[in-house]
Design a protein around this ligand. Structure first.
Ligand code: PMP
Length: 361
């Protein structure tokens, strides 16, 4: 069988070693004669999974002890509602940085709960799409928090600067770049991420919340979205997505074995440089994002002749390079190269791109 590399934006690749181990132990987990999916989330065996996974992610991200780690349902979109309903308190506005599709989607949801102060931070740098530096973001004095998305999965636009807005509570949608490099968690009030890109299977959502922000939720907030309720119940107020949690825990262990987030940072930078280098080489391919804001995780690209797109995608698929079609709102191609994508996968893609260009350039 051809070696397949899956460039899907999410659900996305999971490390092959993790999948193999899950396969081996699927029907007889820990000698129980049953799978991990079929046991109680309150059994001592599953509690061990929960505790180890929390410890491992705390180690990986160096999460300070005054933060809770919550394993939730509902994806990042549930957090678009949970964030305002947990954090607004008596306030009626929050700052929403608008830098792309997902940041904008968070604004649309927030409108149900408050009057967001929408701050457009998009700009043009050398004729390409960029983001204003954080020092130019005009936050309002009366906002309950500032929300932004450090990696726009569809647009391929990243904000890598670490926030420093004094006492302002910073909330970040890290869905598509969590665990891709070290970050300073202490700069944030809340970090959230759907699992299905850089953590594990869909169904699990990670929330990291500073303890002093608990206890402010609106009374009408559904309990399963209430950070305080989830924290008080060790993320087991209702039945958690146990299989996704278990598999994510194995990904955390894999990351530690690989050398942690410093090592991921090196690998992700190398992969991104290889791919952007191939895109920029001749002008046959093009990426619309300014160098300072190019994402290491999601790399959209177009061809000067868009009528070649379908042929490119068909031939790539046949060569084992899957899921390269751009998002329906963006068109063109997109390669998502999260932690689980090896350098060899990106190399296979850049070799294919060079060959395709030779044939059609
Ligand atoms: N935010 C970002 C940055 C995303 O990439 C996505 C999914 N592509 C979402 C939010 C929505 O996530 P979910 O489908 O888990 O609700």
């Amino acid at each position: 069988m051809t070696q397949v590399y899956n460039f899907s934006a999410g659900p996305a690749m999971i490390p092959a070693e993790v999948l193999r181990r899950a396969e081996q132990e699927l029907c007889n987990w820990h000698g129980l004669g049953t799978s991990v999916m079929e046991i109680s989330h309150r059994s001592k065996e599953f509690i061990q999974v929960a505790e180890e996974s929390e410890k491992d992610i705390r180690d990986l991200l160096n999460i300070p002890s005054n933060y809770k780690v919550l394993f939730c349902h509902g994806g990042a979109r549930a957090q678009f509602a949970a964030v305002p309903m947990n954090l607004l308190g008596e306030k009626s506005t929050a700052d929403y940085i608008d830098g792309g599709y997902w940041a904008h989607s968070a604004v649309k949801e927030a409108l149900k709960y408050c009057t967001p102060n929408v701050i457009d931070v998009t700009t043009t740098i050398d004729g390409k799409r960029g983001i204003l530096p954080m020092s130019e973001w005009k936050l309002s004095a009366d906002s309950a928090y500032v929300h932004y998305c450090p990696n726009e999965t569809i647009d391929g636009v990243a904000i890598d600067e670490m926030p420093d807005f004094g006492d302002k509570i910073v909330v970040a949608d890290y869905s598509s770049c969590i665990l891709s490099r070290p970050i300073d968690v202490s700069r944030f009030g809340v970090i959230y991420a759907g699992a299905q890109k850089n953590i594990g299977p869909a169904g699990l959502t990670l929330v990291i919340v500073r303890e002093d922000l608990l206890g402010k939720a609106r009374t009408e907030l559904p309990s399963i979205l209430d950070y305080t309720v989830l924290a008080e119940n060790d993320s087991m107020f209702n039945t958690p997505p146990t299989f996704a949690w278990y598999l994510s825990g194995m990904v955390f262990k894999w990351l530690k074995e690989q050398g942690g987030l410093r090592e991921m940072e090196k690998r992700n930078q190398a992969k991104a440089e290889l791919l952007y280098g191939a895109i920029d080489r001749t002008g046959f391919y093009r990426n619309p994002v300014a160098a300072t804001n190019r994402s290491w995780m999601n790399v959209p690209f177009q061809m000067a002749d868009a009528s070649l797109d379908n042929l490119f995608l068909e031939q790539a698929q046949a060569a084992g390079l899957h899921a390269l079609k751009g998002h329906r709102v963006a068109g063109g191609m997109r390669a998502s190269i999260y932690n689980a994508m090896p350098l060899e996968g990106v190399k296979a893609l850049t070799d294919f791109m060079a060959e395709f260009e030779k044939r059609h350039g």
